[in-house]
Design a protein around this ligand. Structure first.
Ligand code: NAD
Length: 370
């Protein structure tokens, strides 16, 4: 039987609450579908700091490097506001991204029919929405050097950030976008600012070149990133896959996210390059939201973003497409039945707890499985 190794890093706040619901699904799939998942747990964020004085220990980092995939909950909280900068909870996530070389961040924005009223846009604009934003995660202006504030000596200071991209970085993120588009509606829109930025000129050239050379079956459009932001809120359903750099991706994916309603609904995946020998990519799956310390341990957290992140893990790390589809359908059915956690409550719905939401999704998964 195939074995599939998962490292679970629940983290802080509601992280353990929502990870427990994924664990239920893993147990159900092992028992009923012979899925062969093996799980190990590790500490990250504030909980790792409390135990080891660092945001992730070398031992847990080694487990992450060895696992087929990492499931990450959330980190942070007021308890750790004053820990040393290098040991702050987010440093654990940044080390995972850096050491695993996770350069591609995938953020789907899917509108579940039952939630089409909770968007800030009119229903007809977002009903049936299914777009994927592919953001470059390890380069660009967040990492480019020089990055500094200098004192000009005349009462003024100067701040510099450097937007820098090499050809290979653009090629590999574009490759991910084109390959994912082939599994969807086969369309990619690349966004940059070639009108005012040299990095945008190169971005546009490289995406166009690799498209012609390797992916000409995929429909490619280019859009200036500011116009792209405007189009995302004007007519979001025109997009299939959007590929963009680290900075624009950060903003555009948050805009796209809010089209679909609550923070508790949004999954994400971060992927590395395929291993030369096995073809497997290092991968980490996490909800978009944070550790929500205000509701931690109270049974109020919505576990759907975490469970949908696990569905992405099945899709992208294990090629378990049917199972991933079934989990997403199970989520949709539970929402349709009117069961809601507090963050997505509507007038005619029934409020349920984190655990009850996890149970309801497992029951639906069972009902949908052969
Ligand atoms: P947050 O996402 O934790 O919470 C924002 C609001 O949304 C809160 O009211 C919270 O209760 C609610 N919320 C979030 N997720 C929810 C869920 N699954 N179900 C129901 N409600 C949910 O953001 P914040 O309050 O700005 O940050 C809290 C902590 O999380 C901070 O320490 C921050 O640094 C950290 N954080 C971590 C990550 C991460 O681990 N990737 C991301 C963002 C923020």
């Amino acid at each position: 039987m195939t074995t599939r190794s998962l490292l679970l890093l629940p983290g802080d706040g509601i992280g353990p609450d929502i990870m427990a619901e994924v664990q239920k699904l893993i147990d159900w799939m092992n028992t009923n579908l012979d899925a062969g998942f093996t799980t190990e747990e590790g500490l990250v964020g504030g909980s790792a700091y409390d135990a080891h004085g660092v945001a992730i220990s070398d031992e847990d980092m080694a487990k992450a490097m060895a696992a087929d995939a990492v499931l990450f909950g959330a980190v942070g909280g007021p308890k750790w506001d004053d820990v040393p900068y290098e040991a702050r909870p987010e440093a654990g996530l940044l080390r995972l991204r850096k050491d695993m070389e996770l350069f591609a961040n995938l953020r789907p924005a899917i509108c579940y029919p039952a939630l089409s009223d909770s968007s800030s846009l009119r229903k007809h604009l977002i009903e049936g929405l299914d777009i994927l934003i592919v953001r470059e995660l390890t380069g660009g202006v967040y990492f480019g050097e020089p990055k500094e504030i200098t004192d000009l000596g005349n009462g003024q200071k100067r701040a510099v950030d450097t937007q820098v991209y090499d050809t290979f970085e653009i090629e590999r993120i574009a490759g991910v976008a084109f390959e994912l588009a082939r599994t969807r509606d086969n369309r990619v829109c690349s966004m940059e600012k070639r009108n005012v930025m040299k990095s945008g000129v190169l971005w546009n050239e490289v995406v166009t070149e690799i498209h012609g050379r390797k992916y000409s079956d995929v429909k490619l459009d280019h859009m200036l990133a500011d116009a792209g932001g405007m189009q995302l809120v004007r007519e979001p359903k025109q997009f299939d896959v959007i590929v963009t750099d680290n900075l624009f991706g950060d903003m555009l994916s948050d805009v796209a996210a809010m089209l679909t309603g609550s923070l508790g609904m949004l999954p994400s995946a971060s992927l590395g390059a395929p291993d030369a020998a096995t073809g497997k990519r290092k991968a980490l799956y996490e909800p978009v939201h944070g550790s929500a310390p205000d509701i931690a341990g109270e049974g109020k957290a919505n576990p759907i973003a975490m469970i949908a992140s696990f569905a992405m893990c099945l899709r992208y790390s294990f090629n378990m497409i049917d199972e991933a589809d079934r989990i997403e359908k199970a989520i949709s059915n539970v929402l349709e039945s009117g069961k809601r956690t507090a963050d997505i409550m509507a007038d005619d719905s029934t409020q349920i707890s984190t655990g009850q939401m996890g149970d309801a999704i497992v029951i639906q998964m069972a009902a949908l499985s052969p």
